[in-house]
Design a protein around this ligand. Structure first.
Ligand code: SRM
Ligand code: SF4
Length: 532
């Protein structure tokens, strides 16, 4: 395989349809599609190119599309939340929304005939869903408590917005970056606890101080970021990002993103989609050549990395009430079970953010919500709001850290149902066990790993297995994922546990490895990690 895209004859079907017509071209055809209806549309436009404007055909619910937004740094306003709620509301029982593992939101039940109106509504409140799927750059994550946290090293909000503006032409769509070899993930960490899972992104920036040199040598250390590259999960291979040996000042982050993306766009491997993520190019070239090409695009040398980064805290989950750096103000993290919201919840969250806070709402990569800027004087009343009975500030120790991907309810890749099953099993485990610390359990419906089982204490990856000679839904179990300081990926420790046996299996795992105690001795079973 050579550096560049392969010849037309050997193009795979995705490269072929991208070469025939750029994905973003569908932006000008939305009225036409709305008039045609989903059944009469060209299939490639419907099933693939619409993802360039964030609209996903769902084979599981044909005619009811999903829309994936872009929310830089996971931040939105109450009017934006109301606009999203209004869209979901019109679909009755089909309408709902999910907060995603990239601090983002997806809406469900969308009808193609409503798209022109939906896009107008988004435009009116400054929302965009452009370039959020297929071979584009995903939602850019930033510190969820940026600008609120007294201990933060850098407020990531502005730079995340600048990167999105550059890559998407301020949300209108940017053809420069609509034909990447594959998806691409970017994260910027601003605090000491790596709230964004920097290590699982194709490109990540982590806080690091550099000693001044030359005339600056007498000055105090200068703030900037060490750059990580090549982190990704896929069904075939999962890798943590590796250091590029580069330190960049905050003003240079946007230019470095552009340079890395240009190198990936122009040289990333395109023949085999299983090998198209950035790390495969770094493997083929070696890190030195990749770094050199980034420098060529930048038109200047990169400084070597600072000797150490500043990620030295355990990861926080931001659930509960916390003082902000602004005196007299608080941010409150609400737990949203598996990230699922309905229209009435979304309207209510918007109302609470306006009445008690400044109207701002934030999402975390754990699929939860933060409402910032609540004055001390209003906090007590806020905490009595009925919505907090469902979206708790103090959930059970397993519920608190539960994360789940979409699963078979809406995703055709799924090998198992995830969200409802995850909630049911966690509830039963919490009823049977006394826990002393939270245990991070992540569910993902297939090896694509959208639910990030490799970062969890216990990761559950959907699979098909056999029980009593019959094919049944099961999970492969991952353990050892570490987040925050010294983050590293967990690995698969046991394969093919049938979902119907999972609750006793997890119960034993929690007792043996996480200090849980059964409420009744009789509940202890003899499943263990050695079982196979
Ligand atoms: Fe994902 C494909 C859902 C985060 C790795 N992912 C999909 C699709 C679009 C498949 C499809 O068309 O049905 C899923 C849509 C299902 C649906 O209807 O909701 C889907 N991915 C999600 C979300 C919603 C999971 C969630 O419940 O939160 C997350 C949306 C994030 C966002 O707002 O953009 C989501 N996906 C991730 C992550 C986690 C992350 O970014 O931290 C990963 C692993 C990290 C990575 O990509 O390196 C991830 N998704 C994948 C992959 C494997 C990529 C690969 O290189 O092979 C696929 C399959 C693909 O792209 O072909 C995939
Ligand atoms: Fe769908 Fe698999 Fe991603 Fe879950 S992990 S959302 S099942 S592609």
């Amino acid at each position: 395989m050579t550096d560049t895209a392969t010849t037309t004859t050997s193009l795979n079907k995705f490269e072929k349809f991208k070469a025939e017509k750029d994905g973003l071209a569908v932006k000008g055809e939305i009225e036409k599609f709305a008039a045609l209806g989903w059944e009469a549309m060209d299939e490639t436009d419907r099933d693939h190119r619409l993802k360039w404007v964030g609209v996903f055909f769902r084979p599981v619910t044909p005619g009811k599309f999903m829309m994936r937004m872009r929310l830089p740094n996971g931040i939105l306003t109450s009017s934006q939340m109301r606009a999203l709620a209004g869209v979901v509301q019109r679909y009755g029982d089909d309408g709902n929304a999910d907060i995603t593992t990239r601090q983002n939101i997806q809406l469900r039940g969308i009808r193609i005939e409503d798209l022109p109106d939906i896009f107008n509504r988004f435009h009116a409140v400054g929302l965009t869903s452009v370039q959020s799927g297929m071979d584009n750059i995903r939602n850019i994550t930033g510190d969820p408590v940026a600008g609120l946290d007294a201990d933060e090293l850098y407020d990531t909000r502005e730079v995340v917005q600048q990167i999105q503006d550059m890559l998407t032409n301020k949300g209108e769509g940017n053809p420069e970056f609509t034909n990447l070899p594959r998806k691409f993930n970017i994260a910027i960490a601003g605090g000491r606890d790596n709230s964004v899972h920097a290590e699982i992104n194709d490109l990540a920036f982590v806080p690091a101080f550099k000693e001044g040199t030359g005339e600056q040598s007498s000055q105090s250390p200068i703030f900037g970021f060490n750059v990580l590259v090549g982190g990704f999960f896929s069904a075939k291979r999962c890798e943590a990002a590796i250091p590029l040996n580069a330190w960049v000042s905050p003003e240079d982050v946007v230019a470095v993103c552009r340079a890395v993306l240009e190198v990936y766009r122009d040289h990333g491997l395109r023949a085999n989609r299983q090998k198209s993520r950035l790390m495969w190019l770094i493997d083929e070239w070696g890190l030195e050549k990749f770094r050199q090409e980034v420098e060529n695009r930048l038109g200047t040398s990169l400084l070597p990395a600072a000797p150490k980064d500043e990620i030295d805290w355990e990861k926080r989950d931001h659930i509960g009430v916390y003082k902000q750096k602004q005196p007299g103000l608080n941010y409150v993290g609400l737990h949203i079970p598996v990230g699922r919201l309905y229209a009435e919840d979304m309207f209510e969250i918007a109302r609470l953010a306006e009445v008690y806070g400044s109207g701002e709402i934030r999402f975390t990569v754990e699929q939860n919500i933060i409402i910032p800027n609540i004055p001390d004087s209003r906090l007590a009343t806020f905490l009595t709001e009925p919505l907090l009975e469902r979206f708790s500030i103090d959930p059970g120790l397993l519920t608190r850290s539960l994360v789940s991907c979409t699963g078979s309810q809406f995703c055709n890749f799924a090998l198992i149902e995830t969200k409802n099953r995850a909630l049911g099993i966690i509830k039963a485990l919490e009823a049977d066990l006394i826990l002393t610390a939270n245990v991070r359990i992540h569910w993902t419906g297939c090896p694509n790993s959208c639910g990030q089982p490799q970062v969890a204490d216990i990761g559950l990856m959907g699979t098909k297995t056999r029980k009593n000679g019959k094919a049944v839904e099961g999970v492969d179990i991952y353990m050892g994922g570490k987040v925050g300081k010294d983050a590293h990926l967990g690995t698969c420790v046991i394969k093919g546990i049938p979902c119907e046996d999972l609750q006793p299996f997890l119960q034993n795992l929690l007792i043996e490895h996480f200090g849980a105690k059964p409420k009744q001795e009789a509940l202890v079973t003899h499943w263990s990690i050695d079982h196979n």
